[in-house]
Design a protein around this ligand. Structure first.
Ligand SMILES: Cc1ncc(C[n+]2csc(CCOP(=O)(O)OP(=O)(O)O)c2C)c(N)n1
Ligand SMILES: [Mg+2]
Length: 347
């Protein structure tokens, strides 16, 4: 049954009617694995912020801190060969899919060992071997690409599906409507996961959208759509498990609106004048990592010492990834023009 919020406002967003935890608990991976993944992503990004401040990472860096439950829960509910096509705030999605952390950090550093050879940077992570098809900087521009991949799988008769992560900023773009319409008409095997963190850069959703309940837009195209608490990794996992199973049967697309919040600014340079400290504090109390940690301790699933050991694992993973990135070479200068134009056949 669909789960509904009334609006994207932070005070009502918590009224989510959560899926029964037990159904999610029965599915692999368990909550401890989900917690570890979220901790790894959090630590990775804290380190990335530090490296940016030290001038090791240049250009854009959009942190996912606060939203870890969305990618972690969703991607754990997919098959390893299901495609992921995502927006530019995608470090968490890449790590949750199992991209090598050292190669992801090296990409942020612009090193040749990066997942796109140091040419894409933070917004263009890509790894075909993991069915991870980007990392796109153009808001909503990746939605038709996700539909294209889904169409190819439908044509080939596989039961592989596409998970297309988008932000709330996508929903007033033409591609959003074109993609949803065609996905519905052609019954494409794609699940759209909209991370509604209530803001697109410095603009609140309610200031630019006549309809703030994003899932209703998908319903207008005849797509089964629902909302979920994006700060709750168990609820995310349950919702995507259920929707992915449905999409896989060939019934057509699904749409999930995950209500969430980014704790940091839009990018590294953001004075955050568009939101109050109180609003950020409110959401920080809903930190997905703290919530699940406290729940597992209260249930005696883990002890505080286990939590410390898990944190130590994240620290080591990220320290090793950072050393790998620092020690890696820059792309050679004579490779500058590679991948710009098609290479001549005899090159
Ligand atoms: C087509 C297009 N228009 C404008 C921009 C500039 N831009 C970069 S990020 C962004 C906001 C996107 O917000 P949202 O989709 O909610 O993602 P979030 O940053 O909240 O994760 C905009 C407008 C862009 N990248 N692409
Ligand atoms: Mg947003």
């Amino acid at each position: 049954m669909a789960t509904r919020f009334i609006s994207g406002r932070s005070d009502v967003a918590r009224s989510v009617d959560k899926q029964p935890a037990a159904s999610a608990r029965d599915a692999a991976p368990g909550p401890i694995a989900l917690l570890q993944t979220m901790m790894n992503i959090r630590r990775f990004e804290e380190k990335a912020a530090e490296m940016y401040a030290r001038g090791k990472i240049k250009g854009f860096l959009h942190l996912y801190i606060g939203q870890e439950a969305v990618a972690t829960g969703a991607i754990a509910a997919l098959r390893g060969d299901d495609y992921i096509v995502t927006h530019y705030r995608e470090h968490g999605h890449a790590l949750a899919r199992g991209l090598e952390p050292g190669r992801v950090m090296a990409e942020l550093f612009g090193k040749s060992t990066g997942v796109t050879g140091g040419r894409g940077g933070s917004m263009h992570l890509f790894d075909i071997s993991k069915s991870f098809f980007g990392g796109y900087a153009i808001v909503a521009g990746h939605m038709p690409l996700a539909c294209g991949l889904a169409l190819a799988e439908q044509y080939k008769g596989t039961n592989r599906i596409v998970a297309n992560f988008i932000g709330d900023g996508s929903v007033n773009e033409g591609e959003f409507h074109e993609a949803l319409n065609l996905a519905s008409v052609w019954k494409l095997p794609v699940i759209f996961i909209c991370e509604n963190n209530l803001y697109g850069m410095g603009t609140a959703m309610r200031r630019v959208s006549a309809l703030v309940e994003i899932y209703k837009r998908a319903e207008a195209y005849g797509i089964d759509a629902e909302q979920v608490d994006g700060m709750d990794v168990i609820a995310m996992h349950a919702a995507v498990s259920r929707l992915a199973a449905k999409v896989r049967t060939g019934e057509g697309p699904a749409f999930l609106e995950a209500i969430c919040f980014r704790f940091r600014g839009h990018s590294m340079a953001d004075a955050e004048l568009y939101r109050t400290k109180g609003e950020v504090e409110h959401w920080r109390k809903l930190d997905p990592i703290t919530q699940l940690s406290q729940q597992l301790i209260a249930e005696k699933t883990i002890k505080k010492t286990d939590l410390a050991a898990m944190q130590a694992r994240s620290d080591t993973l990220v320290a090793d990834a950072t050393t790998f990135a620092e020690d890696s070479p820059n792309p050679p200068l004579d490779s500058l023009m590679r991948h710009v134009y098609q290479e001549p056949a005899d090159a």
